[in-house]
Design a protein around this ligand. Structure first.
Ligand code: C5P
Length: 310
């Protein structure tokens, strides 16, 4: 095989509820995640020198063993037990870095999917999902993608039954200099809301059941108006991060916006619209204040799959 291309799409959280603390120190979550058509591209070329070499068009992104692509490649190679396998990976980065859009997790997921094919490992989707869960809470979702309920640390997936991806269009914004540490956001959440966390599995399951029947899911099927979105980390981050406050205030001014929220632990923010034309109109109307405040903006569609061979 000469070269393999893999698409690694971004996600947003349409719902992020912190239920409680788990014995492993992570938070028990109930989320709805959605893949977007904003994607990085990995090109994989097999080598026979046993090296895993990563290059990226963004020079500020670490390409050493801390990168989830390299971690994914090393894990896959260890599991298949062939240390002589090598690969040269080119990463074309389009998803903003450190944004709460799962760019890094999606890159790792794409590496698992692509190298499984390139190296002929023959792992099943289930085995890939299990390896993904070892590497990061969001990574299993990034393998399957689409519209899913995500429970546990985020790795327990339940697809939302939809005939097609939600018709909603997304105006996504991110300040290039803003960043939010995910462990910090969860830590602050625990400090501020820990006394109100649910305490046991029965209580967690009650919340999961509520989310399975929530108006949000009917809205994603196009059967009901979009309700207000919930992201418990937004309640923690918005008061403390000026660019998140500023960006949300701008998006709330967007004409025809159906809902506005932060994605993941931030700092990227989004507004939802009935269609791409409405999202483009809002982007045009907000172009000046967004540029003045230094935000980058993208108009995206919802898609139905995660990391995919191109
Ligand atoms: O799994 P991942 O590496 O994405 O998690 C990053 C950090 O976010 C964890 O170290 C933890 O501090 C926090 N986290 C959490 N509960 C989750 C997911 C992440 O507390 N369910």
């Amino acid at each position: 095989m000469a070269e393999l291309l893999v698409s690694a799409p971004a996600k947003i959280n349409l719902h992020l509820e912190v239920l409680g603390l788990r014995p492993d120190g992570f938070h028990e979550l109930a989320m709805v995640m959605q893949t977007l058509d904003l994607a990085d591209r990995l090109s994989l070329r097999p080598t026979a020198d046993g090296r895993i070499a990563l290059h990226c068009n963004r020079k500020d992104l670490p390409t050493d063993g801390s990168n989830l692509i390299v971690k994914a490649a090393e894990l896959l190679r260890a599991r298949v037990g062939l240390p002589e396998l090598g690969v040269a990976i080119e990463l074309d980065k389009r998803i903003p870095i450190g944004a709460g859009l799962a760019g890094g997790s999606s890159n790792g997921a794409a590496a698992l999917v692509g190298l499984n094919e390139l190296w002929g490992c023959g792992f099943s989707q289930r085995q890939l999902l299990a390896m993904a869960a070892e590497l990061g809470s969001d990574m299993p979702f990034c393998i399957d993608g689409g519209t899913q309920l995500c429970f546990g640390r985020g790795e327990v997936l339940e697809p939302v039954a939809l005939e097609q991806p939600p018709a909603l269009a997304v105006l996504l914004i991110k300040h290039p200099q803003a960043s939010v540490s995910t462990p910090w956001a969860y830590g602050r959440c625990r400090e501020q809301r820990g006394d109100f966390y649910l305490q046991n599995e029965a209580e967690f399951e009650q919340r999961r059941a509520l989310l399975r029947g929530a108006p949000l899911l009917a809205a994603l099927r196009g059967e009901a108006p979009l309700p207000r979105l919930r992201n418990d980390l937004q309640a923690v981050v918005e008061p403390e991060v000026a660019s998140v406050r500023e960006g949300l205030a701008l998006l709330r001014e967007a004409p025809q916006a159906l809902a506005v929220a932060m994605s993941g632990s931030g700092p990227s923010l989004f507004a939802l619209f009935a269609d791409a034309a409405a999202a483009e109109t809002a982007r045009a109307e907000l172009a000046e204040p967004l540029a003045a405040a230094g935000f980058e903006a993208w108009v995206c569609r919802c898609t139905g799959s995660g990391a995919t061979l191109v």
